[in-house]
Design a protein around this ligand. Structure first.
Ligand SMILES: N[C@@H](CCC(=O)N[C@@H](CS)C(=O)NCC(=O)O)C(=O)O
Length: 212
């Protein structure tokens, strides 16, 4: 079998639509002009029904011919190898993109996701607020000095960082104009808009198939 397959859930509730992480892979494919098909695993019983593909029962995972890759970051880096639109080919540019891609996951999302979980669970004294604010302030300084994170142009590092930052609760946590402008700039890209619209349509179609 050949070709790219992006795996997501067959359905999710309204809340996460537009933010489910298959969007990262859709977006990267759209940026790179790579064709793909979307396939699904059932949201119901997700903890156990696809552990062979994703050991944590999550989505997304990416199929590429006989390869299967879980973790959205790993999928993005796999796609970036296929297109210099996502990552330059010179060693310095590639290293720059790699470090910022990992930073999005391991320095920003590493705190933003647990911070957000505490926030939505109603914790009034969110113990991660200080750490979260510090990281976002550090990033604000970087984004005040450059348009793109790495290699002087849009890359997969921006795709991932903007996807981490665009979560509404994260946006609302303090006033950081350079980060705000950055998220707007990156998510203004037609590839993002298409990926997002396609994901919304995918779950809306699933609503229509569900028994009333
Ligand atoms: N580190 C994983 C996180 C994946 C993740 O959190 N996926 C969510 C959807 S966006 C999920 O499957 N949630 C269901 C669950 O954890 O049970 C990645 O980036 O791929």
């Amino acid at each position: 079998m050949s070709g790219l397959t992006i795996w997501t859930y067959d359905w999710v509730p309204d809340g996460p639509r537009g933010f489910v992480r298959d969007l990262r892979l859709r977006w990267a494919c759209e940026e790179a002009g790579l064709g793909y098909t979307v396939r699904t695993v059932a949201f119901k019983d997700r903890e156990t029904n696809h552990l062979e593909q994703q050991p944590f029962g999550q989505i997304p995972f990416l199929g590429d011919g006989d390869l299967e890759i879980f973790e959205s970051g790993a999928g993005l880096l796999h796609l970036a190898r296929k297109s210099d639109k996502l990552m330059p080919r010179d060693p310095a540019g590639e290293a720059d993109v790699l470090q910022w891609t990992i930073a999005a996951l391991n320095s920003i999302e590493m705190v933003s996701v647990p911070w957000w979980f505490l926030k939505i669970s109603g914790d009034k004294d969110n113990a991660l607020a200080g750490w979260m604010g510090k990281r976002l302030d550090q990033l604000e300084k970087v984004l005040g000095e450059r348009e793109w994170l790495a290699a002087g142009r849009f890359t997969v590092a921006d795709l991932l960082m903007a996807d981490v930052l665009r979560v509404p609760d994260v946006r609302a946590f303090g006033n950081r104009p350079a980060s705000e402008a950055y998220v707007t700039r990156v998510t203004d890209r037609p590839a993002f808009k298409k990926a997002r619209a396609d994901q919304i349509d995918h779950f809306a179609a699933a609503d229509r198939r569900r028994p009333a």
